[in-house]
Design a binder for this molecule. Structure first.
Ligand code: GLC
Ligand code: CA
Length: 515
């Protein structure tokens, strides 16, 4: 299958628009602010962006409750500002993904208001309704009493997010369930394709697709949902062959091979690589993640399923590992800075396109706090980017500090870009160096092969990318021995030295070398 060529060397940066940079001083981030920081992003080594939803919304779920798919939320700017962001990014050889939310809308969306009318109209089947207000079949989340239409409507996520109707695969109650092949539900995907074309025509380079597996209901093997996405993929292949589709699915063989996504995210799901690498805890609550220096675990479990899924999706698309995102506690909540440096070596040398969540490159903290806009525990990972130590808000905004969308990290030692940039040993410098190395070495690009060369019970891991490039890791706080001889080094954290025919690895060492 054809792939957008730019994905092979893409290193993504995820921007949560409310919290990145406030250009007009109203206390909330905006598109103009993002444009003003493109040079910083590019300089750090990121050449692609994913923007969380920036469309008109009542923000009951931070914008994942879209009210108007065709209009930028005024708090972020205008459609013209977004087009300017595309242009400014393209001028710097960067690409921009928007966030497409296809599974649900806000209950304030015009489609929903029309669907909720008692009189039948062209939107009546756009959402999933039961037969009457009194009928709320088990196994689904219903809302009743919020509209004059005699029926209950199904939710996809929060109370404010009614499920769009893409039909059902297994019909268990023909009274109200419509087949996904029925012409009454076809307009839903047609509408979503129209949204995609609208933004692609304006210069977007593709979409991160929210809850991509959630379209067709009663679809346990996801075959019907995949069938729908293949339609979207055909449209792209025909008209926008350089546009990328990235799914929030976390099941690469299905998302990539069956549904036709170019990329699938690997999030924090239990049993997956990121869980074993960054998050996992034992029954006593202590970290047993591979990159925790005191855990001393083999990389074997971490890699097993990943390598299997990599082999299954080979040549079809990419598994994308993320440093975190707006839904999980930040990486710094789980790993200390020395551990995160090694974690970034891993993240930035894996196949597929890596995604770094804004602020993770400077070690921003998870700050537990009161929920904002449906964030709940996630709010702590959504605080404003810290640019420098200037008052009042660390360079994020000139608004009075009490006027911010969310407060900045006000702790004495809060990390910020300017301090990280001027310190040669900072996390930022490690990330920047790694991104640069990745761009320069075709072996490290998304499509090149990964082969495990050594994986010891003590935690040493060595893998080859492509023909000549190797990554050797000792994430533990103990010296370790590797049988792999190190060729010419292109990156080194800690020390790897050859002695008596073996390689001695100092605690927390990572080397990239070629031979
Ligand atoms: C995805 C988003 C999350 C949102 C949910 C509902 O998981 O990442 O932030 O709340 O979908 O749209
Ligand atoms: Ca603003």
């Amino acid at each position: 299958m054809p792939q957008p060529a730019w994905l092979d060397d893409a290193v993504f940066y995820q921007i949560y628009p409310q919290s990145f940079c406030d250009a007009n001083g109203d206390g909330i981030g905006d598109i103009e602010g993002i444009i003003s920081k493109l040079d910083y992003i590019r300089r750090t080594g990121f050449n692609a962006l994913w923007l969380n939803p920036c469309f008109v919304s009542p923000f009951k779920d931070a914008g994942y409750d879209v009210q108007d798919y065709f209009k930028v939320a005024p708090r972020y700017g205008t459609n013209d500002d977004l087009v300017r962001l595309f242009d400014e990014a393209h001028r710097r050889n960067m690409h921009v993904l928007l966030d497409l939310v296809p599974g649900h809308t806000s209950d304030r969306c015009r489609w929903f208001k029309m669907s909720a009318k008692p009189l039948r109209n062209k939107y009546s089947d756009r959402y999933i309704w039961s037969n009457s207000g009194w009928s709320r079949p088990d196994g689904y989340n219903w809302v009743v009493g919020n509209a004059d239409r005699n029926g209950a409507y199904m939710l996809n996520f929060f109370l404010s997010q009614p499920a769009l109707n893409y039909g059902f695969n297994n019909i268990t109650d023909a009274d109200w369930q419509i087949s996904y092949r029925d012409k009454r539900v076809k307009p839903t995907m047609v509408a979503m394709l129209k949204v995609m074309r609208f933004w692609l025509d304006k210069g977007a380079d593709g979409f991160r697709v929210d809850m991509a597996d959630s379209l067709v209901k009663n679809d346990p093997d996801k075959s019907a949902t995949a069938w729908l996405w293949r339609k979207a993929r055909r449209m792209l292949d025909r008209h926008y062959p350089q546009a990328a589709l990235v799914s929030e699915w976390c099941n690469a063989p299905v998302a990539i091979n069956k549904a036709g996504f170019h990329c699938d995210f690997l999030l924090n799901h239990g049993g997956k690589l990121t869980d074993f690498a960054f998050y996992k805890r034992n029954e006593q609550g202590a970290s047993c993640a591979y990159f925790c220096k005191t855990a001393h675990v083999s990389a074997q479990q971490m890699l097993q399923l990943y390598l299997d899924e990599l082999a299954k999706t080979r040549n079809n698309g990419y598994i994308c590992v993320v440093s975190g995102n707006h839904d999980v506690e930040r990486l710094s909540h789980y790993l200390d800075e020395s551990e995160r440096k090694l974690a970034f070596v891993f993240l930035l040398t894996l196949p597929g396109a890596p995604f770094v969540y804004y602020g993770d490159e400077i070690g921003m903290r998870y700050i537990a706090q009161q929920s904002k806009e449906g964030g709940f525990h996630r709010t702590g990972s959504r605080t404003p980017m810290q640019w420098d130590d200037a008052q009042p808000n660390m360079g994020f905004s000139t608004a009075a500090s009490g006027k911010l969308y969310l407060d900045v990290d006000r702790q004495q030692d809060a990390p910020c870009v300017s301090k990280q940039m001027s310190n040669g040993n900072s996390l930022w410098n490690v990330v920047r160096t790694l991104a640069e190395i990745r761009h320069a070495q075709a072996d490290l690009h998304a499509s090149s092969e990964m082969t495990v060369v050594e994986c010891t019970p003590q935690g040493v891991l060595c893998y080859r990318r492509g023909q000549h490039t190797y990554v050797l890791l000792n994430p533990t706080d103990c010296p370790q021995v590797s049988t792999v001889s190190v060729g010419s080094k292109i990156f080194e954290l800690g020390t790897a030295s050859e002695k008596d025919g073996v390689t001695m690895l100092a605690p927390q060492t990572a080397v990239i070398f070629q031979k």
